[in-house]
Write a protein that binds this ligand. Structure first.
Ligand code: PLP
Length: 399
């Protein structure tokens, strides 16, 4: 093992449990560790590296920007952030964009904006509704919206005004005169790769329209091509009021964004919200290349086709090995639940596949997850499936 692992363990907080490898460089869908081993990356830094690693245009754009100006703050305009906001507006329901640096911050901004917008109309309308199995980030507001008790434990007192529902529960039971906004992931990611039915998103939108509540789509993981649509909400044909983006949009650079309808965005008047790094020229320079690639002909078709191959391949593994109780996903956001009483958990597959040169991830203890770079090709999918299959075969035999 690289001695860097022990050095890291000595000085880093123990909240992560990294695999005992140190990644050194990457190319396309491949990454190499410091000991020279090559891995097929089916994780892409948790649904981030949309164009894979070391993409020449992305590297060139970021390098060019780095050589000109790294940082401006929001006291001044910068061209890259204006162009990126234009691209986000052109491709979505939105009219206005606020930039930040992470997914939690993008959700935090959505929650604050929703409350501020409603406060101007009726200050009693301040509740944020979210759904079981959701994940919205780790800052206090986003954490409280994350309707999974395990993430809340020991961090109280949590902010007030958050309520929780189940996907599928009658929206008229959940959304009323106190509801400022509903926040929903069109495909729940961390909570187990669970697509929210299109009809349910439509029902939420209809109920919010009835009572004057806002719809926030958290597309931090699912947005910008990951599901095979430019944005995941598009599959439902609803028009959200607010959208949170991060992860894939930056292609590996730390970037988050709130996208809003202009009427709602008006509530963010000067001084109401901000962040020093929002609209970082360097992050935006990278994101512009991602946006151009995702909008190019055939890109989303590739995501859909490779996603179908992954789903079909996992189902074929189950047909042979009887190991998955459900295989689900949309585009290149794919999960497979292990059947009960198998004698091993999803992490065992992660470790086994890594030993065979393939990086995969989990979404909870019993769900295997794959969120590869969006530029993945068929033979990569085949290789990943082969490794997962072999690994499960070995685990079944050992168990
Ligand atoms: N929202 C969703 C849907 C996510 O999947 C995540 C991260 O996994 C977040 C928000 C938080 O993003 P970040 O880790 O960049 O704060």
């Amino acid at each position: 093992m690289d001695p860097l692992v022990a050095r890291g363990q000595a000085v880093m907080t123990p909240n992560y449990r990294p695999a005992p490898i140190v990644l050194d460089h990457g190319q396309g869908v491949w990454v190499w560790d410091t000991e020279g081993r090559r891995y097929l990356d089916m994780v892409s830094g948790i649904a981030v590296s949309a164009l894979g690693h070391n993409h020449p245009d992305l590297v060139a754009s970021v390098s060019r920007q780095a050589g000109r100006l790294l940082h401006t703050s929001n006291l001044y305009w910068n061209q890259a952030s204006i162009e990126l906001a234009e691209a986000l507006v052109e491709t979505s329901f939105g009219d206005k964009v606020f930039f930040c640096s992470s997914g939690a911050e993008a959700n935090e901004a959505c929650i604050k904006l929703a409350r501020r917008f409603q406060w101007q109309r009726d200050p009693r309308r301040n509740q944020i509704l979210s759904f079981r199995n959701s994940f919205h980030g780790r800052t206090m507001g986003a954490l409280t919206a994350t309707a999974q008790p395990k993430y809340h434990e020991g961090f109280g007192p949590l902010p007030e005004g958050f309520v929780y529902g189940e996907v599928g529960q009658d929206p008229s039971e959940l959304i009323g005169s106190a509801t400022a906004a509903v926040i929903v992931e069109p495909v729940q990611g961390e909570g187990g790769v669970r697509p929210v039915p299109v009809s349910y998103l439509q029902a939420l939108r209809a109920r919010c329209d009835e009572v004057g509540a806002l719809v926030i789509v958290d597309e931090v993981q699912a947005g910008v091509g990951r599901t095979g649509d430019m944005y995941a909400y598009m599959a439902s044909e609803i028009r959200p009021d607010l959208m949170a983006l991060a992860k894939g949009v930056g292609g590996g650079l730390p970037l988050g964004a709130l996208v809003a309808r202009s009427e709602v965005a008006e509530a963010l008047q000067p001084g109401t919200h901000g962040t020093t790094y929002g609209g970082s020229p360097i992050a935006c320079a990278g994101a512009l290349v991602v946006m151009e690639a995702v909008r190019s002909p055939g890109f989303l078709e590739n995501v859909k086709a490779r996603g179908e191959e992954l789903l079909a391949g996992l189902r074929a593994i189950d047909a042979r090995r009887h190991c998955f109780s459900e295989v689900r996903g949309r585009g290149l956001m794919v999960g497979a639940d292990l059947r009960p009483r198998l004698g091993f958990d999803a992490k065992a597959i992660v470790d086994g596949a890594r030993g065979q040169g393939v990086l995969v991830h989990v979404a909870g203890p019993r769900t295997l997850r794959m969120v590869p770079p969006l530029v993945i090709e068929s033979d990569h999918v085949e290789q990943a499936l082969g490794a997962v299959d072999a690994c499960i075969g070995a685990l079944l035999q050992a168990g």
